[in-house]
Design a protein. Structure first.
Length: 338
């Protein structure tokens, strides 16, 4: 009787444990495939957002020095700037191939061209499977803008001995597929005050050092898996830029012509910043993605030139400038001096 009962229990238990084993292996396989998906997302995110953060440096580098001239102690000015960046065609797209991915394949092609965050629309899709569940996701679109405009405020206050303190701030500017914001501060010092010959001929010379922080975010990947939504809906690039500028100007009546040489160093970091997905009930997915995104952090040096023209009447100054190097950025400002 005991032998018979043991056999009955064994016949019941074996299918149960076999079922648990199959389910366990299936979930392990799904988690492994999620890991491959994460690797693919990391590869794609670097190609997608890096051109936009490179351009953000130029946007934040322009028009920091309103004039190299020495100002009197206590003079305060406030300026409204309009920044217009021209998006180059070469940074609007990039190429992907099936060999670039561990999990995904391009729908209907072995390789194709897709937009970066600076690019336009696309009808490219990627296919994959998590377990027995098929996935089909759209390639993210870009801002679809040939020019990117954003306004910001800048204030200056003159201190002692030709030194000037500068602060810059913009609210979060809404782009078609994301957001952009910049803030920073700097210190300018007039050099021509030590050279009477230059001042006599209305030539001003100054240097400026400043720090700025740029944040640029974009809609990214909306992916639902058997383990839940992945929470990759938004990716943000954080750029810390340290800049040194030398500028010279010549005054002709109410006009002032200025030329500058600018060198800066930028630190780039990337992070998934959207709402966490339901996969967080199973895996700390967003935390793992952001940990891996540290591997594409980088440091970059830029050298650029800037030319500007400034005109003043009464206490109002109007200025336009063009910064150029790898990219071209224009700026127009209206400044009021208190």
């Amino acid at each position: 009787m005991q032998i018979l009962m043991r056999n009955i229990h064994l016949k019941i238990a074996l299918p149960f444990f076999l079922f648990i084993s199959i389910v366990g292996r299936a979930q392990i396989q799904e988690i492994q495939q999620i890991g491959y998906l994460l690797d693919d997302a990391l590869f794609f995110s670097e190609k997608y957002i890096t051109p936009a953060t490179d351009c953000a440096v130029y946007q934040a580098s322009s028009s920091w020095m309103n004039t190299p001239q020495k100002k009197k102690f206590g003079e305060v000015s406030l300026a409204l700037h309009g920044n217009l960046f021209f998006v180059p065609n070469r940074d609007r797209n990039f190429q992907v191939a099936n060999s670039d991915f561990k999990l995904f394949t391009i729908e209907g092609a072995n390789q194709t061209i897709v937009p970066t965050a600076l690019g336009g629309n696309t009808d490219v899709y990627y296919n994959a499977s998590i377990g027995t569940n098929p996935l089909r996701i759209a390639s993210p679109k870009g801002v679809d803008m040939e020019t990117v405009f954003h306004p910001f405020l800048q204030g200056n206050i003159a201190l002692w001995k030709g030194t000037e303190l500068i602060a810059r701030y913009s609210t979060k500017v809404k782009l078609k597929k994301g957001n952009y914001q910049v803030y920073g501060f700097g210190i300018k010092h007039n050099i021509s005050q030590y050279m009477p010959y230059l001042e006599k001929n209305k030539i001003a010379l100054a240097f400026l050092t400043n720090y700025s922080n740029e944040e640029i975010s974009f809609d990214f990947l909306d992916i639902n898996t058997p383990l839940g939504n992945l929470g990759l809906n938004e990716i943000t690039g954080f750029v810390d830029t340290y800049q040194f500028q030398v500028a010279a100007s010549k005054q002709f009546g109410k006009f002032e012509i200025m030329a500058s040489s600018i060198t800066n160093k930028s630190n780039f970091k990337y992070k998934i910043t959207g709402e966490k997905g339901s996969i967080e009930e199973v895996l700390n997915f967003q935390e793992e993605v952001n940990r891996r995104l540290k591997s594409i952090s980088k440091e970059k040096f830029n050298s650029l030139g800037e030319i500007a023209c400034r005109y003043h009447f009464s206490k109002i100054f109007v200025k336009s400038s063009v910064a150029f190097g790898k990219f071209v950025n224009t700026n127009f400002s209206v400044e009021y001096e208190f």
